[in-house]
Design a protein around this ligand. Structure first.
Ligand code: G3P
Length: 218
């Protein structure tokens, strides 16, 4: 399973990248705003800054909702850096745009996906990545992980090449469960990645090993 980090915070991106296990980055307009990155030029520059840190796919989201607007914006975003993936919302014009980008060899990430039907449409349009938001489904007492499992089954039935990018991952158990189900990619906050390191028996064991070494070498 590929690991993407879901943030626009450059320090967090650097920290995850320094671990050596980061495969890419996802962002969205809310994450940009959270970092105080506003205004078209600043946002475009920020995408390039991210691409200069991580050698992997970086999702940059369009804010247009009509076909022509999405195409114009997406082509501009794709021209910023070879690793940019154009993130397109799951709407009718978005599906048309994904098909257009797919025919042109431009990578896409279909975002704001909440149902298996939406997943089928995106795959048929040729999306590179599909982003079902599992945390937001959990937030409304729906089962985000069950959606990932349903989409996995459907995509495997037809050997769709679209990669399932589990998004709105909130914590380490989401990451582990996505891996068990067979999501192709997960994107989550830094804490969902670094939290995987933790186990108290590791800490206790290491403390003992170091203490015993010190006894024999004092
Ligand atoms: O990857 C999608 C993500 O940014 C949404 O996450 O936590 O706002 O639901 P969240």
């Amino acid at each position: 399973m590929k690991f993407f980090i879901d943030t626009a915070n450059l320090d967090e991106i650097r920290e995850a990248n320094d671990l050596g296990i980061l495969d890419g980055v996802t962002t969205n307009p809310s994450l940009m705003a959270k970092e105080g990155i506003t205004g078209k030029d600043n946002i475009l520059k920020h995408y390039v800054d991210i691409c200069n840190i991580v050698d992997g796919d970086v999702s940059a989201e369009v804010i247009s909702t009509d076909f022509e607007g999405i195409i114009k914006e997406g082509e501009h975003l794709a021209g910023l850096h070879k690793n940019i993936v154009v993130k397109v919302p799951m709407i009718k014009d978005g599906i048309k745009a994904i098909k257009y980008f797919s025919d042109k060899g431009i990578k896409t990430n279909c975002t704001l996906v909440f149902s298996p039907g939406q997943a089928i449409l995106a795959a048929k349009a040729g999306a590179t990545y599909l982003s079902p938001f599992i945390g937001r489904l959990d937030d409304i007492s729906s089962d985000g992980l069950a959606l990932i499992a349903e989409i996995r089954e459907i995509y495997d039935n037809y050997m769709f090449e679209t990669e399932i990018l589990a998004a709105s991952v909130r914590h380490t158990m989401h990451v582990i469960d996505c891996a068990k189900i067979g999501a192709d990619v997960m994107t989550g906050p830094l804490s969902s990645i670094t939290g995987l390191l933790n186990h108290p028996l590791t800490d206790i064991g290491l403390e003992k090993f170091l203490a015993d070494y010190a006894k024999g070498n004092s």
